[in-house]
Design a protein around this ligand. Sequence first.
Ligand code: ADP
Ligand code: MG
Length: 722
Amino acid sequence: MIDLNDSIIKILGIGPKAVKNFEKIGITKIRDLLFYFPRRWDDFSKISPIASARIGDFCCIRGRILAISKTKTWKKRLNITEALIQDESGSIKVIWFGQRYLDRILKKGDEIMLAGKVELSKYGVNITNPIWEKIKDKTLLHLGRIVPVYHQTKGISSRFLRAKIIFLFRLFKKGLLEINDWIPQNTRDEFGLLPLERAIFELHFPKNQKTLKAAQKRIAFDEIFLLQLRSEFFKKQLSDFGAPKIDFKKDLTQRFVRSLPFSLTNAQKKASWTILEDLGGRSPMNRLLSGDVGSGKTIVAAIAALNVIAAGHQVVFMAPTEILAQQHYQTFIKLFDNFDINIALLISSNFEMEIKNSKSPSTRLGMGEILNKPQTRNSKQKKNVLEKIKEGKINLIIGTHALIQKGVEFKKVGLVICDEQHRFGVKQRQALRIKKKIMPHFLSLTATPIPRTLSLAFFGDLDLSIIKELPQGRQKVVTKIVPSSKRPLAYDFIRKQISFGRQAFVICPLIKEDEGMVITGRQKADWEKKSVEAEYKKLSKEIFPDLRVAPLHGKMKSDLKKKIMADFGSNKINILVATSLVEVGIDIPNATVMMIEGAERFGLAQLHQLRGRVGRGDHQSFCLLFSESENPLVLKRLKALVESNDGFSLAQKDLEIRGPGEIFGTKQWGNPDMAFDFLLDSELIEKAQKAAKKIIEQDPGLEIYKEIREKLQDFGSHLALE
Ligand code: ADP
Ligand code: MG
């Protein structure tokens, strides 16, 4: 008996050397080999009579060897094996070059299968270097069927893999190998799924295109089913928790909305309303607020925060980068200027807080704290900030991941808001529990416009609110692809905008020119010359010596970054040369030019995000795309950007061009290629959701369906099952 967890060394013909080779492609166990699915399939199932073969055809023939002989070329001493193959319709010559032992393996009279292209050369009409397989009693592996083609590595060819996998297949048939299906029979029956072992073997050696499709569907279902199970399981877990009940404070909210320099869009109102309703409910909110860049998600989050704080709870606001956290900190200080709300900023390099008390309107305590060196001069103030948070004197705590580090304790968190990142693990959330059975509400903000099917697949546990409408008066950002000959004009254009009082971003793909270079002697691609350092030097010294230009990238000291962002925010800097660091969320309404160097280096969604950094104020804004690339796919991407300002349709395009793997990450996927093809298949996704719901209803703790539980544990390590 062989177990799926056994080493592949148990397979006939796999020795220590092959084991080493297999390791390189991540295969150590029998299970790994079974799940090493083909990259594509070649259909060699159709056999044609020799007489019908035409020059230029790729054909598959079956016949007997009439004659076979080996010679050597005179000059290069190259082995040439020539054979004459005959079937009922006629005969054809085949030639192999460089095969030393072929004449010993193939003998006159052997029945053989061949596939290759029919050519006319100095040897006459022939098939050169055909794929071949001798026909004995055993099953054909390489020809005469739909044949699997694998990603190969040194020492492991597709031919080799086929032989090993068919070996496992035979063991299975003899009952010597057991493959348990982790999806229960009744679920399989209900949703018309192939049994796992059938699907596996069909994927390697499909009977026909139809069975292949069914097998692909089964494996895709597995992946999507797991996503759904994770969502359902999480929802179920969450439903065991109560939530802080946040009553809607109508007057306060109205006062806040009136204090804004604009009126809310309908979409903002609707989203706010839904969120306020969630907050008033008994169970924890779990909501994703998706809206294009600039759609004004921050205000919606602020309305939620205001109500939670008014109910006596703290709000934790997590941003993906320090810069963004700093910016949100500034924004919220302004937004809540006339409200009795204390705010703190917690990023690893800096702890800061704004405390209000009834006597003096506002006190800012900036601390410039370095967390890594707790012994520095300000460690006392840092302690002070942490203490105030713990005591509940700070109402809104904004920061990066530093927020959920050890040593940060909250008094009573009522709401967690995550900006531009989708997941906040159950564990992290449980850590913020108010009481054993009371969990804070959760709101995730994202500018990645997510088509419905995908949001169902990936974020099935989150309720979705979409802001589809931009604030009124927003002008479309005029987007242009600029050829290099027009570069000087682009610089003139920037100069002019600055003379009107506006500001510009110049985005480069690299920080330093030689960053990440490994291949020596290779000619550099044009984008590789576009670094923040080089462009900053050029722009500040040669092009705009009279203007204020500043660099910004992730490797700079945090204090410096902060100062530069502040100076840019107050228009003390005209041109900011930066990496895509500014991609998410940065809000400088006075900036009107977004110039992107090496635009081919960025994905469509990313370019759209970058473009979203301008066009946020009242002034007409521009996005200038520079690329030396002639790759049609790149041009397609850039053109899509020129033609559309709508994040949702761009996301859909991006999905088509790059596939969801690039967009949502592939880490947790066992068989991404397989699943991705089906991700746009809403029927399959809905089926998977239905199936998952049923399972969790029947067995909420996954105690009966142990195999499902195990699968799920492997699937997401961040999934807290305890
Ligand atoms: P995002 O959804 O990308 O996070 P923000 O919340 O940063 O967008 O808002 C973008 C800009 O639009 C901010 O300067 C904000 O003050 C402004 N804004 C938000 N809502 C409105 C509105 N209803 N009318 C006009 N401007 C608005
Ligand atoms: Mg934002």
